[in-house]
Design a protein around this ligand. Structure first.
Ligand code: GLN
Length: 190
């Protein structure tokens, strides 16, 4: 489907880097700040940034209920870092996980490592920046990668959330997989 439209939540944070990657992969990208703009897209990236600020933006724009309907319609969402926090039970409640902010022990600022992610043949160079740890996962949640035993990539239905930043390393495969899901769902959902 050539006219698949993908949104990047652009309230705050690293949204431009995600837009560039999606554009590079041939998707029609829209910045999403309002319920009306969300309505125009078939999938959504929630970028890294600052989850407290992003939560204020979601409240200001009245996006929580529209995002729930978006999820209920089977439209894929891909959250990275603060985006993972936004998806958890204590924020938007779109995934059955609980994220713990700034959680990697003494390495609260930044670290990077090669990470095996289920479904990808070669490791991902993963950069963690004040990254969340997934502290609890529900029964329907699939863990795709772990660091020191803690989940850092989780999938539940059409929702994918990761603790790290693929947009900083030239990593394209996760966005590519997300786009494939968006295209597949757009055909089903119409
Ligand atoms: N520490 C940030 C938060 O709690 C997330 C960091 C990031 O997105 N790089 O929102």
């Amino acid at each position: 489907v050539s006219d698949t439209r993908v949104g990047v939540l652009a309230l705050q944070g690293a949204f431009e880097a995600h837009s560039r990657i999606l554009d590079q992969l041939g998707a029609g990208v829209r910045e999403v700040r309002t319920p009306a703009e969300l309505h125009e897209v078939d999938g959504l990236v929630i970028p890294g940034g600052e989850s407290t600020t992003m939560t204020l933006g979601v409240e200001r724009e009245g996006l929580a209920a529209p995002l729930r309907s978006f999820r209920d319609a089977g439209k894929p969402i891909f959250g990275t870092c603060a985006g993972l926090i936004m998806l958890d039970r204590e924020h938007l409640g779109l995934m059955d996980v609980v994220a713990e902010r700034n959680a990697f022990g003494r390495q609260i600022h930044s670290f990077e490592q090669d990470l095996d992610v289920a479904g990808l043949a070669e490791a991902v160079r993963a950069i963690f920046i004040r990254a969340p740890r997934v502290a609890e996962v529900g029964e329907e949640v699939q863990v795709l990668a772990r660091v020191d035993g803690d989940p850092v990539a989780v999938q539940e239905g059409e929702m994918l959330a990761i603790s790290f930043h693929p947009e900083l390393t030239g990593e394209l495969r996760l966005h590519q997989q997300f786009l494939e899901r968006v295209r597949a769902q757009a055909v089903l959902v119409g």
